[in-house]
Design a protein around this ligand. Structure first.
Ligand code: GLC
Length: 645
């Protein structure tokens, strides 16, 4: 609601700023006034009781103003050209990559723009490039300086230059803000170690084990093998500090309003570099409270909403992605609820569906996938998913037990089967993955391994088994196709576009060998990648198919994420079948998860509006006549169709 007092307060910050509220800064000013009440009330919900609450609130308003003043004119122009829901488009396809492992450094990445264009990728997620200590970096997620590009990758100028080149090519950029923690080598942590009280309050630091013990009663362990517990003893200052992830990643204390202010400034620093989507790393963890799991707490959502409102004012073209890899119902809340529906994170990972695809691939059965859809389909209009098969992290089988049970399986046995299957321990499994972070107390575990290795390519190649190679490539493509058309921004993981199998070189690096997620983070060999132009090679087969899927997707506006997906009645439990429909356009997406030929009654296509008579399969590029109800669409093992009416 409009508040005159707040309006006056904002006006009082303006005179010295030189902004022109009736001219070029008019839309900024309008957004500021319009969002001010929401910003204040969200802020007060968290910090209202803090004795310096008003003073910090003033600083928050100033931070927003400064962000606008320092936002380059070119980015303000780009903001204006972006539609409110630009990220729902079917035109965007992403790739996530480690700059150093992909091509050495940021300068070389500019030279790879042609490669991305050839493939059809126009959106890049750069894995963390800001300074992070070698050997204790967690792939860059332990940041020691939020504003200095790590020398390994180049300089801030190189990053700016890359952004400019990408923007000239109409490409989009995503980078991370690691909101939950800093490296223990960050300046704040160093000062805290030296006894500086101000900075000790930036973290959760305690003199003895009393509070840590109370917290740990209910906090699940994230890396139970390498980093058991959630606190670490710091010799330098003789205190215990909260470290939910690795012992070198110190959790920031957002009960302290100064921490929020500092991190908001960093967020705007990234926004003003030209970031299109900001990936908020691990947002589920940003608020802690004794007696809870310290994940997904309401205050974490309030903080994200507050950040979203501030960003809307000063960097409206930047969308927010919440990297919440949590239970299906919990993920959904990151899009916002109640009056904040579709006003929290614009994008989230569809981690549930990603894991369900792997479930269906191992079992050849889509029942669990279907049992989870009622939750996944709750995503509000105006928000979207990152849709993916693999990323830099492990695969967690995080969907709910009741979903597995509804499908008729025992949850514990079912998960055990999946873990054995993908770690290659099940007798008929072709996969060569590994278990990640096995919890010795609960036997919980996640799965590491590249898309290709999990699909059996590594084994097939080592056995020189042409038939198995063909089958595994079929699986790779079907898995990608399913995730490309299910809705959301497809995000490839680098290397998967050419079928990279596991890379075991990480075992020789003591800074990585303890973390088997590195097996699926390959070092790209560009000589090998040249095979994308050599007929008959694995690289060419996988690359061309991926390229074709991307180009089909770009042609079909019905694939934009307009909350326009309906699952077909499951006439065959091996076949995942959904309809994307908008206006008069319809696209039936049909995937056979079975190793055998599957048959789908033509009746399945006649349940939604006018029955089609002819369908065009974009994948096989041929027309198909719809048959009678007792006849079937025949799908090859791991085959799929993209059928337009
Ligand atoms: C996120 C990242 C993961 C990292 C963790 C801690 O989940 O994706 O790689 O280990 O955050 O920062």
């Amino acid at each position: 609601m409009y508040q005159q007092k707040l309006h006056q307060q904002i006006n009082s910050t303006l005179p010295k700023s030189g902004i022109d509220i009736s001219g070029k800064d008019n839309s900024f000013y309008a957004r500021f006034i319009a969002n001010a009440d929401a910003i204040q009330s969200l802020y007060k919900t968290i910090y209202g009781d803090n004795e310096k609450s008003n003073e910090y609130f003033k600083q928050l308003l100033q931070t927003i103003l400064n962000a606008h003043i320092t936002r380059p004119a070119s980015l303000k122009q780009r903001d204006d050209t972006k539609d409110e829901h630009w990220f729902l488009s079917n035109q965007i396809t992403g790739m996530s990559l480690y700059v150093d492992r992909f091509c050495g450094n940021l300068q070389n990445l500019v030279d790879k723009i042609d490669y991305f264009k050839k493939l059809g990728v126009n959106f890049l997620h750069l894995m963390p490039v800001f300074e992070s200590p070698q050997g204790e970096s967690d792939g860059g997620y332990a940041v020691s300086d939020f504003r200095k590009v790590d020398e390994r990758f180049g300089s801030l100028e190189d990053l700016k230059n890359l952004q400019k080149k990408m923007s000239d090519e109409n490409m989009y950029l995503m980078i991370d803000i690691v909101l939950n923690h800093t490296s223990q080598k960050h300046e704040w942590a160093e000062k805290a170690k030296q006894g500086d009280k101000k900075y000790q309050h930036y973290y959760y630091m305690y003199d003895d084990r009393l509070v840590p013990d109370a917290f740990e009663q209910d906090m699940p362990e994230i890396f139970p093998e390498k980093a058991p517990g959630s606190f670490t003893y710091v010799h330098d200052c003789d205190k215990w500090v909260m470290t939910v992830f690795h012992d070198y990643q110190w959790d920031l204390n957002y009960t302290n309003p100064e921490v929020l202010l500092e991190m908001l400034e960093n967020i705007f620093f990234y926004a003003n570099l030209g970031v299109d989507i900001l990936r908020i790393d691990a947002p589920a963890f940003i608020w802690k409270q004794i007696g809870t799991t310290c994940q997904n707490l309401p205050q974490a959502h309030t903080l994200l909403r507050l950040i979203k409102q501030c960003v809307l004012v000063a960097a409206p073209g930047m969308a927010l992605l919440g990297e919440a890899i949590v239970a299906p119902a919990a993920i959904m809340k990151y899009f916002g609820t109640d009056e904040y529906t579709a006003k929290e994170c614009d994008v989230a990972y569809n981690a549930t569906h990603m894991a369900l695809q792997w479930d269906a691939l191992a079992t050849g059965n889509i029942k669990v996938m279907l049992a989870a859809q009622h939750e996944i389909l709750k995503k509000p209009f105006g928000t979207t998913w990152i849709s993916y098969t693999r990323c830099h992290d492990d695969i967690g089988l995080g969907y709910d037990d009741y979903m597995i049970e509804q499908a008729g399986f025992n949850a514990y046995e079912h998960r055990r089967f999946l873990k054995e299957y993908y770690s290659g321990n099940y007798y008929s499994s072709p996969s060569t993955g590994a278990l990640f972070s096995v919890n010795p107390k609960t036997q919980d575990a996640r799965i590491s391994g590249s898309l290709a290795s999990l699909c059996g390519l590594e084994k097939a190649l080592s056995e020189k088994n042409d038939h198995a190679i063909e089958i595994s490539i079929g699986k790779i493509i079907m898995m990608q196709a399913h995730s490309f058309f299910i809705g959301g921004i497809p995000m490839l993981f680098y290397g998967d576009e050419v079928g990279y199998t596991n890379d075991y070189s990480y075992l020789n690096d003591p800074g990585k060998s303890y973390d088997n997620r590195w097996m699926h983070r390959p070092i790209i060999n560009w000589e090998k990648n040249k095979n994308i132009d050599v007929e008959g090679t694995v690289e060419k087969n996988v690359f061309s198919a991926t390229q074709k899927l991307i180009s089909i997707r770009k042609k079909l506006s019905v694939v934009a994420d307009l909350k326009n997906l309906t699952w077909l009645t499951p006439h065959n439990i091996h076949v995942a079948a959904y309809l994307r429909a908008y206006d008069t356009k319809k696209l039936y997406c049909i995937f056979n998860f079975s190793e055998h030929t599957s048959y789908l009654t033509w009746y399945a296509f006649k349940e939604h509006g006018k029955s089609p008579e002819k369908l065009y399969d974009h994948w096989q590029e041929k027309n198909i006549t719809v048959g009678r109800d007792n006849e079937y669409l025949i799908l090859e093992p791991y085959g799929f169709c993209l059928l337009e009416t």
